[in-house]
Structure formats: C-alpha cells, structure tokens
Design a protein around this ligand. Sequence first.
Ligand code: SF4
Length: 316
Amino acid sequence: MEKNIKLGISTCLLGENVRYDGGHKLDRFLTDTLGQYVEYVSVCPEVECGLPIPREAMHLEGDPDFPRLVTTHTKQDMTDRLVQWAWKRVKELEKEDLYGFIFKSNSPSSGMERVRVYIEKGMPIKKGIGMFARIFMEHFPLLPTEDEGRLHDPKLRENFIERIFTLKRWREGLVKKESRGNIVDFHTKHKLLILSHSPKRHQMMGKLVAKAKEIPLKDLYQQYQDILMEALKLKTTPKKNANVLMHIMGYFREELSSDEKKELLEVIENYKQEDIPLIVPITLINHYVRKYDQPYLKQQVYLNPHPLELQLRNHV
Ligand code: SF4
C-alpha cells in the first residue's frame, strides 16, 4: 500500500529506547494499525537536542503558562537548549509536509496538554504543554495534533483520523490548478462531513462558497482551509450525527417503503441513544445509496470518510 500521509510522532511511541530510563512507550495501535496507512517522521526532542540515554528525568516548573524545563534532582535548566533546538527542528519539519503529529502524553518535552507543572508550593498543576509540543503547535497551528493517551478514546481517535484524511483530500486538490470550481467540488463532497462537526461552520462555508466569485482566489483558498480545519477540530456527537442521518433520509423520501423508513428511523434513534454504533445506520444508508443510485449521496465523503479497516465508527 502506498503511504502518502506523513505524520510526526514522538519517537518512544514507535518502540525505540530513547526515554530517560532507556525504555520506550511502544503503542501497537499506532505502529501496527494506523502505521499501515501513514509514514511516520519520528522526533525525540530530548535525544535530538543532544542529551544522552539514559539521562536524568526532567519536569516543568515555575509559571504554568511559561514553565522552565528542569532536571528533577540536580536542577539543571534545559529550557534554552531545548527551545533553540525546537525552533530549528520545526523549520526542518516544514519540508516534510506533515499531516499532523502524535505526541507522547504527559512528557515535559512532548506532551501536548495537561502536563504537570511543579509550582513552588503545593501539588503540581496539570496545565502545562511540553516544550517541543508548544513550539510545534505554534508553528503549525492548523495541523491536527493528538497524544497517544487521547487516541485510546474511540471518539477522539475517529476525529483525529478524519481530520488527517480530509487534509489529504484537500491537499490533493491543491496540486490541481487553483480554481473556484475545485473548491465548489470539494465543498459539495464534504458538506455532510462538515455538518456532522459544526452546523455553524457548515453555514459559514456555504456562504463563503456562494460568494466565491467576489473573493480573490488565494484568499478564498486560505479562508476555506482555515474554516475547514477549525470545523473538523470540533467533535461530532450522536446528536449532530443523527441530524445528518435524518437529513440524508430526506433524499429517499420517494424511494423507501414505509417499512424501510420505519426501520431506518429506529436505527437512527438507537444510534442517537448510543445503543448501537454509527457504522450501523451508515451501512444501511450506504445500502440504499447503492440500491437507488442516489447521485448526491454517492459522492458524500461522510458516508466513506476513511479506511474501513480502521474500524472507527464501530464504537458506542
Ligand atoms: S516523550 Fe518525547 S522526549 Fe521523551 S522519550 Fe519520548 S519522544 Fe523523547
């Protein structure tokens, strides 16, 4: 299989012995399952900035908004060393054309949120961002990012992967000659997917596309991409998905028998109550899309957003 999605990843998640204690944090879902579809670009901030393996453990301390990176026992301050290296590294990473980054949770260098910050008195506050993760996210604000801990949550996992595969389709469109027609085409195919994340952004994007002729092409692409990435960051919920499914059902008003309508309504309701996974109504709808050859729905990415093998819509 051709792997044309590159994702950055904290090196220890791939099973490499780069941690302070000489160990690793291999994550089998990332290596064995997601790894079939993506090529990883590994980054270990602590080793790449020149620290040895093993090394003294570190933590964040001081002001939770602007903490320092300090070794836990001998109190050596590694902040400047890591920050200087990180700015160089993100510049290099620009050339990799990444689609996102998977960080190691809780790490003072690589954690993307809720990293412990030790304050002078009292318990550490779980409000910090790892030194490298912060600089990466500042440098690439629109790129999807997650950590391996959050990716164990099926909903967050689905959201992350959906964003990556959408970004892939968007970038594939960018290699074609820029045109308003291409944006309209992309938008048409992604309408229901966007709606499942954010009805508000769906409306904004619809308005943007409708006045496409009045906006300089470069600005149109930029504005569309910004709202798209913002929209997909917002999680889908059973309620939002059920609305989209009901909307889809409207396309079969003429074709479905009353029994078929009843069955579909029941399945949507059961999904909304979180008794069955999303894959159930989607499979039934896909069956009707094929059976009745519904042209608009046939092209909707929402009905086939990412490889089935990832089993992303199988959770309740
Ligand atoms: S958490 Fe980050 S710095 Fe620590 S070993 Fe893993 S990749 Fe290296």
